[in-house]
Write a protein that binds this ligand. Structure first.
Ligand code: GDP
Ligand code: MG
Ligand code: ZN
Length: 339
């Protein structure tokens, strides 16, 4: 068996980041956060299988998060007594959103950390919520993870509908792979597992009811996530995911299920919008004026594409709203920093 920590996703990048942390206590454990509840982390650490063997296994420890800002997927250093999370190793990626989209104060919520690939999950048998997909793509591109679009419930619609939806998405989400799968028949699942073939960590993101938990269970071959399917004698029904959890995949790699997020408020602003709207940015390269606002300027390639039916005006409008939201957030964050 390979080194247990490297099977968990530990690599030279994290080791370098850890080496730069000023640690007084060198004897403390390094582990990965599997689950959070209230002020506690469940942390996976490597231990010798027994006193005579060099083989390692992963074991769960529980530690307090006092003062530490921890997310599922984080690499952490525990205090010598193993009771507290002492340090969080700098993340290579983080899925982060604005915690409340209606409150006046901007507070970030890290949904998951150190994710390599994020599955943006939509149900193919329902009308595509394009505005939501756009937001998810911005969040994913800004996170540092690689987005992949997963259309679930292929068994509940025709192949033709699935192809039309795939084509429509591919035309706007440039360079983002689209997979059509069914967690019921197992169709397409093997292709999703290849994203974790090198030991990567995957996350699923999507609205409630699109089939995230059913997908996680099908991929992991377990029943770790409660799903919305109503069981006999258990009428709790839909919207049942509460905990975020780092779950092992059958061969290699890890998977994080996230609760269904009703709102996806933007938080970090990097080049996410530019990448999620690459089709519009490509058009804008051909506008006559470099600072074209794509309103009434002559020689505007964006307006021309709308006039010719090659670009949906609502998509341009959606991009403008996200740009405005990000600008407002930046002002808010700057104000908070000055305070
Ligand atoms: N037909 C079909 N139903 C599915 C599939 N995946 C999930 N569902 C159903 O969709 C509902 C919501 O699934 P769930 O995994 O709880 O969604 P979540 O809220 O995104 O976690 C449940 O009734 C599932 O049984 C699928 O691939 N095919
Ligand atoms: Mg769920
Ligand atoms: Zn223009």
């Amino acid at each position: 068996m390979r080194n247990a920590l490297s099977e968990l996703g530990w690599n030279a990048t994290f080791a370098d980041a850890l080496a730069r942390i000023d640690r007084k206590d060198v004897l403390s454990d390094v582990g990965r956060v599997q689950r959070l509840d209230r002020g506690w982390s469940t942390v996976l650490v490597a231990r010798a299988k027994n006193s005579t063997s060099t083989e390692e296994v992963l074991v769960e420890l529980r530690a307090r998060n006092i003062g530490a800002d921890v997310a599922v997927g984080d690499w952490v250093v525990l205090s010598a007594d193993g009771e507290r999370v002492e340090h969080v190793v700098p993340r290579v990626s983080q899925l982060i959103r604005r915690a409340s989209s209606d409150g006046p104060k901007a507070v970030p919520q890290v949904i998951a950390a150190n994710i390599d690939v994020v599955f943006l999950v939509h149900a193919v048998n329902a009308r595509l919520n394009q505005r939501r997909l756009e937001r998810e793509l911005v969040l994913a591109f800004d996170s540092g993870a690689t987005p992949v679009i997963v259309l679930t419930k292929s068994d509940a619609t025709s192949g033709e509908t699935a192809r039309d939806t795939t084509d429509a998405i591919s035309a706007i989400a440039l360079g983002v792979p689209v997979h059509v799968v069914s967690s019921v028949t197992g169709d397409g699942l093997q292709a999703l597992l290849t994203y974790a073939a090198g030991g990567e960590t995957l996350a699923v993101l999507g609205a409630s009811g699109v089939g995230k938990s059913t997908l996680v269970n099908a991929l992991t071959g377990t029943d770790s996530q409660q799903t919305g399917a109503i069981r006999r004698g258990d009428q709790r029904g839909r919207h049942t995911t509460t905990a975020v959890d780092l779950v092992p995949l059958p061969e290699r790699g890890w998977l994080v299920d996230t609760p269904g997020l009703r709102a996806i408020g933007l938080w970090s602003s990097g080049r996410g919008i530019e990448r999620a709207f690459a089709d519009i940015f490509n058009l804008a390269d051909h506008c006559r004026f470099r600072d074209c606002k794509h309103e009434r300027e002559p020689g505007c390639a964006v307006q021309q594409a709308i006039a010719e039916g090659r670009l949906d005006a609502r998509r341009l409008e959606a991009m403008r709203r996200l740009v405005a939201e990000e600008a407002a957030l930046e002002r808010e964050q700057a104000r908070a920093k000055r305070r």
